[in-house]
Design a protein around this ligand. Structure first.
Ligand code: SF4
Length: 162
């Protein structure tokens, strides 16, 4: 652990980890990752649980390796060797068309198998995705409302990620 005082995540849980791994949806494997890294720097979206006063280090970055996400079985092990204290599943999992149906399962698997905190989301949901999913009713249930919570943010911030 890199130290620092405890912080709280969106559910009020104390956090101290500052080394993280990121797993993206393979559909976006050619993504330049600009939004994720900007959000890390700005501590926006799912990264707003971390203090801006301390470094946040990405110690692993990979994709799920395509349907049905087999890389998630192994990738956290490599990230843990580099000191990862949490795994973030990229926002692409929740905003894709359709969103990844395994999102909850991946989170629960990482937390159960690796005893590692798994966070759904990286950068804020872009406003253009927010509008289409709202029109589709994609997230109109308790499970999805919970999954998008860390990256929902405000309209003003969502627009910065369009
Ligand atoms: S939808 Fe899920 S399983 Fe399919 S490529 Fe994306 S993250 Fe992997």
């Amino acid at each position: 652990m890199t130290g620092g005082s405890p912080r709280q995540d969106y559910s009020g849980k104390d956090l101290m980890f500052m080394k993280i791994g990121i797993v993206i949806c393979d559909r976006y494997k050619s993504c330049a990752d600009g939004k994720c890294f900007r959000a890390v720097n700005n501590r926006e979206g799912a990264f707003d649980i971390y203090s801006k006063d301390e470094p946040l280090e990405i110690v692993g970055y990979t994709s799920c390796d395509g349907w049905p996400g087999g890389n998630i079985e192994y990738a956290p092990e490599e990230m843990i060797k580099n000191g990862a204290e949490a795994i973030h599943f990229a926002t692409g999992l929740v905003v894709g068309y359709p969103p990844c149906p395994y999102t909850s399962y991946f989170r629960d698997f990482v937390e159960t198998r690796y005893k590692l905190r798994a966070v759904i989301g990286t950068h804020p949901i872009p406003q253009k995705y927010y509008l289409v999913h709202n029109a589709l009713g994609t997230w109109n249930n308790d499970e999805w409302q919970e999954l998008i919570k860390p990256t929902l943010v405000t309209e003003e911030i969502r627009k910065k990620y369009d």
